[in-house]
Design a protein around this ligand. Structure first.
Ligand SMILES: Cc1cc2nc3c(=O)[nH]c(=O)nc-3n(C[C@H](O)[C@H](O)[C@H](O)COP(=O)(O)OP(=O)(O)OC[C@H]3O[C@@H](n4cnc5c(N)ncnc54)[C@H](O)[C@@H]3O)c2cc1C
Length: 452
């Protein structure tokens, strides 16, 4: 690579090495493209560095601590009288998980012969980008470009984030000391997971949600279980909260994200964006300039790593000549509360709103043998199907490993499976997934382990 203002020709230029960008880079390299990947910070993006992985690691550590203190442990004949935790050690362990995954991604990038440049990129025109880092300055002319610059916490008018008194979720995960009290504003999975994490560790948590309920669009029965779980942890929940009237500090705000597009000089390349700054793309991830693609959070789509990863693959395949598009029927959502909640497809209410005539089934965790062997009974599986042909439209699971179980229901919906299909296959016994079968059986009025 030539340093200075000499223009260097590259094949595929990818900006941002978060889940969208590094996946696009690896897939394009697998398809024989020569890939240059530019990252301003460190590979892994928000998800690996400051979001999904750190939060799930801390949730998992805090869950173990919580379980060790539960009364049910004594019922199992186990006593653990001096259980304690050390927040800095928990943070250090979390960081070791992050570093292990980041190292893994770095090895994959090197192993796929992807050229990684550390620097910040912006457009000079629709065929060239400038990349500047501490030790480099490049002018790159590309055949194809994939923008994967992610998003950042949406700013609030009159309430700047300072990392101490008013924090983004990412900042809350980096607190070096645990506060005695913490207020959280938001109604999404991140707000609920943060409330769960800090409450498990003894912090007095107040959760303020702007609307009528936490997790809008989740059916009432599963939602009640999650709310009860939060209350059991001591979380105080207030609905219809007005952030402007909230003066409690420290305050964490989970208020969605804003695409990182302002510094890309998109005008120079005539790339169109939405009012909120998201790069407008079609189902093949192509922007208004067809050889420039955008994937992940910078498009303003729902901010989930699962979506970013899929869009990264689609862009790499399209620019390599494949006829594919981003058109998932459903996207699962997992909330790591106690109990855990996972949902996919339509809730009963949303299905009815969409004009379906529906049948529903539900099966309580308390009637599942495997759940009782795990020492837990708070949970449920619910299913929504089209009454006309029995095809599955949606499902929600509350209970242990709900996030892993929900994959079966995503598969069922994507494959057009019916309640009868779910009823006819053999599930391992005793297993939590039997709940899904029995919820389908319940919808068919033939569940075995609950009374008709
Ligand atoms: C606390 C928290 C928890 C989360 N939990 C989950 C979860 O459980 N499940 C889930 O699916 N999602 C979760 N998310 C969302 C998830 O992290 C994002 O959806 C995902 O990271 C988006 O990936 P991306 O590649 O589009 O962007 P990012 O991960 O933001 O990566 C973008 C990258 O581009 C780089 N970049 C930006 N501009 C430039 C530039 N001009 N030049 C060079 N590099 C640039 C950035 O440094 C960054 O590394 C969570 C988010 C947060 C904050």
């Amino acid at each position: 690579m030539v340093v200075g203002d000499v223009t260097t020709a590259v094949d595929v230029l990818i900006i941002g090495a978060g889940p969208a960008g590094y996946v696009a880079a690896i897939r394009a390299a697998q398809l024989g493209r020569h890939v240059t990947l530019v990252e301003a910070d460190s590979v892994g993006g928000v998800c690996l560095q400051r979001g999904c992985i750190p939060l799930k690691a801390l949730l998992s550590a805090s869950e173990r601590y919580q379980q060790m203190r539960q009364e049910s442990l004594a019922e199992m004949g186990i006593s653990a009288e001096t259980v304690s935790f050390d927040w800095p050690s928990m943070q250090a362990w979390k960081q070791s998980v992050v570093e292990r995954l980041v190292n893994g991604v770095q090895r994959l990038i090197a192993g796929n012969r992807i050229e990684l440049l550390k620097g910040t990129a912006w457009f000079i025109n629709s065929e060239e980008m400038r990349v500047e880092g501490e030790e480099l300055s490049h002018r790159l002319k590309f055949e194809h470009c994939v923008l994967a610059t992610g998003a950042s916490a949406a700013p609030l008018p009159d309430l700047p984030y300072d990392g101490q008194q008013v924090l983004t979720p990412e900042q809350a995960l980096q607190l070096t000391e645990l506060p005695a009290k913490l207020s959280i504003f938001g109604s999404d999975y991140i707000a609920l997971e943060l409330a769960t994490l800090f409450a498990r560790l003894g912090v007095q948590v107040r959760l303020y949600t702007p609307g009528d309920q936490i997790l809008p669009d989740v059916d009432a029965t599963p939602l009640r279980l999650v709310q009860a779980g939060l209350r059991k942890l001591g979380v105080q929940i207030a609905t219809k909260a007005d952030i402007a009237a909230l003066d409690e500090r420290p305050l964490v705000v989970s208020n969605g994200v804003r695409p990182n597009t302002a510094r890309l000089s998109l005008d120079e390349a005539a790339i169109k964006i939405t009012e909120q700054g998201g790069i407008i793309v079609d189902s093949m991830q192509q922007s208004s300039v067809p050889h420039i693609y955008a994937v992940g959070d910078c498009t303003g789509s729902r901010a989930l790593a699962s979506i970013a990863i899929k869009q990264g693959k689609i862009a790499a395949e399209v620019l390599s000549g494949q006829r594919v598009q981003f058109a998932p029927l459903v996207v699962p959502l997992v909330v790591h509360t106690t109990p855990e909640l996972a949902t996919v497809g339509l809730s009963a209410e949303a299905a009815e709103r969409a004009g379906y005539s529906i049948i529903t089934g539900r099966f309580p965790l308390a009637a599942n043998g495997r759940a009782l062997t795990l020492g837990t009974d708070a949970g449920v599986a619910t299913i929504v199907a089209n009454k006309d042909d029995g095809s599955v439209l949606g499902a929600t699971v509350v209970g242990p490993r709900a996030g892993d179980l929900i994959g079966q229901m995503s598969l069922a919906i994507e494959m057009g499976a019916t309640l009868t299909d779910l009823s006819e296959i053999i599930y391992a016994h005793p297993g939590l997934s039997e709940m899904l079968q029995e919820s389908a059986d319940h919808a068919l009025n033939q569940a075995i382990h609950i009374l008709r």
